[in-house]
Design a protein around this ligand. Structure first.
Ligand code: NAG
Ligand code: NAG
Ligand code: NAG
Ligand code: NAG
Length: 495
């Protein structure tokens, strides 16, 4: 296996940000030369505000180590991106950068924290920062852990390490997942990223209902969210929930960007699986995904996924779409309904109230609607794959058309990124340029009266839903305009 270490444009962007923003805002040389044995956190209690930060170089070494450990596709996904895309991404995600601009060298003093000489080992976050909570469930995930952490490191470098908290809950893995997690726990702390890794030996056998178990596993990943609120009065502004899927750095940034831009309750990607009979990737998570009419999305090629005509049009143009429910591997959540009544959590259906036995992810979407956070969004630009085969089909590498003999002579345009026909094919290169429509705010409409539900009541040994599907009536509140009004402002400055 060959590992390449050529920095990707986004890695370069990260490096640039690290160098420019952190490097200049923080005193350098604050750690003992031997970084591997110095205590990073001054103390547990003050860990939130005061900790010794590793230098940019030390962070870079950890990231490099991680990158050599990850043979997966995410190390490739932003490599060789076309320059115009890199420029667009830089502009677009600048508003997510979790550091004050370097020009204000006095920003510490403006917060009443002046007088910090180079010898001080304290970094204090500026006010009004946006805090991100990553909740991750893993199970027998040995192979993806290095890649997952490399991605988390890169994303955190942009959002601000001090703004990120990672909570991992691992349940009963039988491979070496637990051991590997312990190594990454240590590495992560060494760069000043806060992380909680909990592992469980509990298995499904203790539960009667499949969904009850799955909901419990997801809620466990949320425990630190509640603990930090109770113990440190720390609140987060955005939650990113991931399973064992590997998004690219810019995939995560785009989901976060869309979620905040639209003040969305839940924002998801689109995930794909290979369909042997059709011979192409098809949309995968149709057990959860419902269009805004309440109709299920299809395990079908892209042109046949949505029944709702307007949604299908937007999907084909890679524009964000309002949906009733979705999850699709990665979901970005507004934490407000977790912090305030009615205090949503993952749950199984209320069988005694004859609620349909939907997925815990569908039920949480329904609960968001009912809590008034029904702004649920799917972002087709972000295409997730569970293996490299599908990843390569949905993200073919971009070819230089000018270099292809005769392309221009045959009437093709010269090397103009804005008219590149590769971006017109639906499964196109990962560095597809952004269109202005992708930045427009969505106009959310009230929810559907009925939602298609295919229940799954068995204990978990069966292959799929085992209850006859029904159109389930939704509560009145979900159908009112009030269900989609903004209740928690999470927009970036300047948008
Ligand atoms: C752990 O949880 C996953 C779902 O997140 C499930 O598929 C798996 O079977 C669980 N492991 C055990 C040992 O029950
Ligand atoms: C594509 O190839 C042409 C000719 O070989 C070259 O001039 C041009 O810079 C290349 N474009 C890109 C984006 O690499
Ligand atoms: C819209 O939802 C209704 C049920 O509320 C269903 O009967 C109808 O088939 C759906 N339409 C489409 C286009 O999916
Ligand atoms: C819901 O709305 C329908 C008609 O809009 C009305 O008949 C019904 O009583 C309402 N239900 C509740 C519980 O408010």
């Amino acid at each position: 296996m060959q590992f390449r270490r050529v920095p990707t444009p986004l890695a370069l962007l990260v490096g640039l940000l690290l160098g420019l923003l952190i490097g200049r805002a923080l005193p350098s040389g604050i750690l003992a030369p031997s970084w591997s044995n110095g205590p990073i956190f001054v103390s547990r209690l003050s860990a939130r505000k005061q900790f010794t930060l590793p230098s940019t170089d030390q962070r870079h070494r950890v990231l490099e180590l991680l990158s050599t450990l990850s043979p997966h596709h995410t190390t490739e996904c932003t490599r060789n991106s076309q320059p115009l895309y890199v420029q667009q991404a830089r502009e677009r995600y600048k508003s997510l950068v979790g550091y004050e601009p370097p020009a204000q060298s006095s920003w510490l003093s403006s917060l009443g924290l002046g007088g910090f000489g180079d010898s001080q080992h304290v970094h204090s976050a500026p006010a009004k920062e946006h805090k991100y909570f990553f909740a991750i469930n893993l199970y027998n995930s040995f192979d993806i852990i290095p890649d997952l952490f490399a991605t988390l490191f890169r994303v955190s470098a942009i959002l601000g390490y001090h703004n990120v908290y990672v909570s991992i809950y691992e349940n009963g893995s039988t491979d070496q997942t637990k051991a590997l997690l312990r190594i990454f726990d240590a590495l992560t702390r060494s760069v000043g990223l806060r992380v909680t890794i909990r592992t469980s030996t509990r298995t499904r056998g203790a539960f009667n209902h499949r969904i009850e178990y799955l909901a419990e596993v997801r809620n466990q990943a949320f425990n630190p969210l509640h603990e930090l609120r109770d113990s440190h009065n720390e609140y987060f502004d955005t939650i990113i929930f991931m399973n064992d899927i590997l998004p690219c750095v810019d995939d995560l940034l785009e989901l976060i960007w869309q979620s905040r831009r639209n003040n969305a309750g839940i924002t998801c990607a689109a995930d794909y699986m290979y369909h042997e009979e059709i011979g192409s990737p098809v949309f995968y998570d149709n057990w959860v995904a419902r269009d805004i009419n309440g109709t299920a999305l299809e395990n079908a090629p892209f042109e046949a996924i949505f029944h709702d005509a307007y949604s299908s049009d937007r999907f084909q143009m890679h524009l964000p779409i309002q949906v009733q429910s979705c999850w699709n591997g990665v979901a970005v959540l507004d934490p407000a309904p977790f912090y305030t009544p009615p205090y949503v959590s993952f749950r199984m259906a209320k069988l005694t109230e004859e609620e349909c036995s939907a997925s815990e992810c569908s039920l949480i979407c329904n609960d968001y609607w009912e809590a008034g956070y029904g702004r649920i969004l799917m972002v087709p630009r972000v295409k997730l794959a569970y293996d490299k085969k599908v990843f390569d089909i949905v993200h073919p590498s971009r070819r230089n058309l000018t270099a292809i003999r005769g392309y221009v002579r045959l009437g093709g345009l010269p090397d103009n990124p804005r008219t590149d026909p590769q971006d017109r094919s639906w499964f196109g290169p990962h560095d597809r340029l952004f269109t202005p429509e992708e930045s427009e705010e969505i106009e959310f409409v009230p929810g559907p009266s009925h939602v298609w539900c295919w229940g799954w009541d068995g204990a978990g040994d069966i292959d799929g839903p085992d209850v006859d599907p029904i159109w389930e009536l939704m509560p009145n509140r979900s159908q009112s305009a009030e269900a989609v009004t903004v209740k928690h402002q999470r927009k970036m400055d300047g948008l």
